[in-house]
Design a protein around this ligand. Structure first.
Ligand SMILES: CCCCCCCC/C=C\CCCC(=O)SCCNC(=O)CCNC(=O)[C@H](O)C(C)(C)COP(=O)(O)OP(=O)(O)OC[C@H]1O[C@@H](n2cnc3c(N)ncnc32)[C@H](O)[C@@H]1OP(=O)(O)O
Ligand SMILES: Cc1cc2nc3c(=O)[nH]c(=O)nc-3n(C[C@H](O)[C@H](O)[C@H](O)COP(=O)(O)OP(=O)(O)OC[C@H]3O[C@@H](n4cnc5c(N)ncnc54)[C@H](O)[C@@H]3O)c2cc1C
Length: 667
């Protein structure tokens, strides 16, 4: 056993690094200022015992939830007392690292009011929300309807005699179900409901409905509200009070309908603005873009644990070297682990780009320019889908990469997975979102002769060339050219999209035919998103990366692109753009990249700069002192509170002392 004396068991690994670690930390944080804020907030949380994560997986739901309320309250107090800025506050809550009601309050309730409220409404509600005098949630999904937003049943019927809306849940299936923060914490809900005026249904609109008393937090009259129940995994997402909500003819003032996109006048007239109705989905676009960086963070946590542990863990050996080999030396371990490391870096780079994309579309929307909205919707929906699916699978792969110890909660991985995996469903089911991308691709292709595709779809403007030309790689190093790689991803995506578009165009145009082709449509959407990820990683790399880290980032970029190429070799081959031999050459190049990553692997995860407190993992500790801490950790297990287990007298002793032959015994 190692001694646990504070030595750095990974010092030898760190000494091998060939890049400027500090520059990489700053790059990954998004800049010097962001780096400083992150470091300060991470330390603030790590040094405050109220934020301790100890024992979280052992707490019963009620205690777990109460503890998370305590932490959220303490976080808010800390923000106020220390006069933290909005960005610092966001970071502080990030490091507290527990899903809670404030995520929805700041992440969806406030953005939705900003996006859909008139200036007057923003002036009324935002100051209250900013000082947390009210707590809001985002109540869209219902028991019977989630993906299909147009199918929601809750009604908001205008009553001109009182100048009010009557909020009503007409059926069980219309019960609001899932909204985070709704179950126990929120005082207000941003409710998506069918607007009815004078018996006419105008479709889905957003309303602010008070649901709990600001005096004593009891539900308001005719409001039924509560938590929907325990969710997957220990700890995980169970710190969140996902809730249900029913209205029984609850009256709210007319002004509580968010009226930037459409208005109901005092006399009940419905007036649409000239803005697209899709702006009503703006809060979802905002969260989806943010989810890409979030995916990078979650994946980087799992990868940090798996890389450090793989450098500590030894198994077997060979006759050329003394002792057992670090498992990180095994090619199979590298081929499962290093692409995930590269993916975490890729998502970070693309996440930065997504932020600029979002800022750009917001600026355009303010100037009434809606031209890029479809492309931004496709992009945010598609990348949310791909990055969350890959990250959830990646966390689980990291757990397996840690062997048996990965299955212990002390590894931090089971809880990380349980907290993350709902990201594949919330903010849009990942398949539904890929179908949105596919619809966008079909529409873009159908108009390609008249409208030049823009942004991430611009390559479809070259569809003819991409459909005829083939890959020119003849030796391994030909692949070490970003233009060659980009063309391969573009050609594969363009050909997949064109193939399914052509098949649909030859048909009758029926919905049944569309449905029949949805597996191929989803595959083509995935190909398009993989192209965006590869191309934006390359683009970010080529724009102002500091010298001391460029080489490593290039290695990671090639690793990412080659592993995507190889994992999807079937698609690349089926389109006819590449040959089997070219794929084999890429495989060899990928192995060369693994050799380049290997001496830098521990430093590359150090660059994510996760504190031990934030990682919460005996396997992923910075000092690599894994075994001492696993062993010590076992003594904290509640079953070990007594030497002789509770239950021995009633249930074990009778078994051990009956001394009777069991009737079925063969002995
Ligand atoms: C950075 C901040 C981080 C904060 C972190 C917060 C933590 C939060 C944690 C958890 C939060 C979880 C919250 C939720 O889950 S909220 C509920 C989310 N629900 C969904 O995502 C539902 C998914 N369904 C939909 O989005 C839609 O219903 C749909 C699948 C897109 C279908 O919509 P609809 O029936 O209206 O539409 P059509 O298919 O007919 O499309 C009409 C046209 O509109 C375009 N469209 C669709 N969506 C958007 C959009 N968001 N923006 C812009 N345009 C959009 C679509 O492409 C069609 O265009 P066309 O040109 O073809 O007419
Ligand atoms: C942890 C968590 C937090 C959440 N927080 C919130 C919140 O704060 N506010 C809120 O309003 N909602 C919230 N939700 C709800 C979430 O947004 C929905 O669950 C999500 O949008 C998926 O919808 P659904 O559950 O109706 O799935 P469904 O649409 O019923 O999906 C079930 C299956 O059917 C498939 N499917 C459905 N339609 C089609 C189709 N047309 N073609 C092909 N396949 C299809 C899906 O791919 C999926 O495999 C949350 C959910 C979770 C799990």
């Amino acid at each position: 056993m190692q001694d646990g004396n504070g030595l750095d068991h990974l010092a030898g690994e760190r000494a091998m690094a060939q890049f400027d670690l500090q520059a990489m930390k700053v790059y990954l944080a998004g800049g010097q200022r962001e780096y400083e804020i992150s470091t300060k907030m991470a330390q603030l949380v790590a040094n405050d015992p109220v934020f301790s994560k100890e024992d979280r997986v052992r707490l019963a739901r009620k205690d777990l939830y109460k503890n998370s309320l305590r932490k959220a309250g303490h976080a808010w107090k800390t923000i106020l007392e220390k006069g933290l800025s909005e960005v610092e506050g966001l970071k502080l809550r990030h490091f507290v690292d527990e899903p809670t009601y404030t995520d929805l309050h700041w992440g969806m309730f406030i953005p939705a009011i900003k996006g859909q409220g008139t200036e007057e409404q923003q002036h009324k509600w935002l100051p209250l929300a900013y000082k947390m005098a009210i707590i809001g949630c985002y109540a869209q999904t219902e028991l019977g309807h989630g993906s299909n937003v147009q199918g929601l049943e809750t009604t908001a019927t205008f009553d001109p005699t009182t100048d009010e809306f009557i909020m009503h849940s007409p059926t069980v299936t219309s019960t609001k179900w899932w909204p985070g923060g709704l179950g126990k914490a929120s005082t207000h809900a941003l409710v998506y409901a069918r607007l009815i005026t004078d018996k006419k249904d105008h479709g889905i609109h957003a309303f602010i409905a008070p649901i709990r008393s600001l005096e004593d937090h009891t539900p308001l009259p005719n409001v039924t509200v509560g938590d929907i129940g325990v969710k997957f995994g220990n700890g995980g997402y169970n710190t969140m009070d996902n809730g249900f909500l029913r209205f029984d003819h609850v009256r709210i003032p007319r002004e509580n309908m968010l009226m930037r996109l459409a208005t109901v006048t005092k006399d009940g007239k419905y007036v649409r603005s000239n803005k697209p109705r899709q702006l009503g989905y703006g809060a979802m676009v905002f969260v989806r873009q943010g989810i890409v960086i979030d995916a990078s963070i979650y994946l980087s946590r799992a990868v940090t644990i798996a890389v450090r542990y793989s450098a500590v863990r030894r198994q077997f050996g060979n006759k050329d070297e003394p002792g057992e080999l670090q498992v990180i030396q095994y090619r199979t371990q590298q081929s499962r682990l290093f692409p995930l490391l590269a993916t975490a870096y890729a998502y970070r780079a693309v996440g930065f780009w997504m932020k600029s994309l979002y800022a750009d579309v917001m600026k355009r929307l303010n100037d009434n320019d809606f031209s890029t909205l479809p492309e931004v919707h496709a992009c945010t929906a598609g990348l949310k889908s791909i990055t969350t699916s890959v990250t959830a699978d990646g966390i689980e792969e990291c757990r397996k990469l840690c062997g048996g110890h990965g299955f212990l909660c002390a590894s931090g991985l089971p809880e990380l997975y349980a907290a993350y995996v709902p990201a594949c469903t919330y903010e849009g089911d990942n398949t539904i979102l890929l179908l949105q991308v596919a619809r966008f691709l079909l529409k873009t292709l159908s108009q390609v002769s008249k409208v030049r595709p823009v942004g991430t779809a611009a390559y479809l403007g070259n569809i003819k060339q991409l459909s005829t030309q083939n890959c020119k790689v003849s030796q391994g190093h030909d692949w070490l050219n970003t233009s060659v790689l980009l063309e391969a991803f573009e050609a594969r995506s363009a050909r997949q999209a064109a193939a399914v578009a052509l098949r649909l165009a030859k048909g009758s145009g029926s919905e049944a035919e569309f449905q029949e082709n949805t597996p191929e449509l989803v595959e083509s959407a995935r190909a398009h998103c993989q192209l965006i990820l590869v191309s934006k990683f390359i683009e970010q790399l080529q724009t102002g990366t500091p010298e001391g880290i460029r080489k490593q980032l290039e290695v990671l970029c090639y690793t990412y692109a080659f592993s995507q190429l190889i994992d999807n070799a079937g698609d690349f081959l089926a389109t006819g753009y590449v040959t089997g031999n070219q794929i084999a050459l890429a495989k060899e190049e990928l192995k060369h990249m693994f050799d380049k990553i290997r001496p830098n692997a521990v430093a590359l995860v150090d660059a994510f700069d996760h504190t031990d407190d934030y990682l919460g993992s005996a396997l992923g500790r910075y000092d690599g002192d894994v075994y001492t801490h696993l062993y010590k950790g076992a003594f904290k297990e509640s079953l070990n509170d007594t030497v002789v287990v509770d239950g021995y007298e009633e249930y074990l002793k009778p078994v051990l002392t009956q001394n009777l032959w069991a009737p079925h015994s063969k002995l």
